[in-house]
Design a protein around this ligand. Structure first.
Ligand SMILES: [Fe+2]
Length: 138
C-alpha cells in the first residue's frame, strides 16, 4: 500500500463547528485526489477540475469563516484573516505545480500541514472564543 502525504480527515480534526469540519474534510479530500492523480494518472482534465474545485472551496471557506468571525466580533479576526491571505499568496506555487503535473512532495506536504496546523490552531481558537464567557459577555 502506498503512503500518502495528505491525511484523511478523521474526528480528531474536529473543532466542533460543522461548517469548519466539513470544509476541512473537503479540502483534505481534494488535496488527496490531487496527490493520487499526480502519483498515478496525471490526467489533465481531472487535475484541472481538482484545481478549480480547490480554489473555489478554499475561497468559499475563508469567506464563510471570516464572515462568521466578524458577526461574532472575534478579537482574533485580523490575525486569522492574515493567515488566510498568506495562504492565498502561496497558493499559486501549488496550482502551477499541479498544472505542470510535477507537484513535489515538499509542496504538497507543506499545504496539507498548513491546513492541519491552521484548523487545529487558529480555527480551534475561534471556536474556543465562541464557547467562552468572553463571547457570552459580548
Ligand atoms: Fe481559517
Amino acid at each position: 500500500m502506498e503512503d500518502f502525504l495528505v491525511p484523511t480527515w478523521n474526528p480528531s480534526y474536529s473543532v466542533g463547528v460543522d461548517y469548519i469540519d466539513v470544509d476541512f474534510n473537503i479540502i483534505l479530500n481534494v488535496l488527496g485526489v490531487i496527490e493520487l492523480e499526480i502519483q498515478n494518472f496525471k490526467r489533465p482534465n481531472v487535475l484541472e477540475n481538482a484545481k478549480r474545485f480547490l480554489v473555489k472551496h478554499v475561497c468559499a471557506h475563508f469567506k464563510r469563516e471570516e464572515t462568521d468571525m466578524k458577526r461574532q466580533s472575534y478579537p482574533g479576526f485580523e490575525r486569522h484573516s492574515n493567515q488566510h491571505m498568506d495562504y492565498l499568496s502561496n497558493m499559486g506555487e501549488l496550482l502551477d505545480a499541479i498544472g505542470r503535473g510535477d507537484l513535489c512532495s515538499e509542496i504538497l506536504s507543506a499545504h496539507a500541514d498548513w491546513w492541519s496546523d491552521h484548523v487545529r490552531g487558529a480555527s480551534r481558537n475561534f471556536v474556543e472564543y465562541l464557547e467562552s464567557d468572553e463571547k457570552i459577555a459580548v
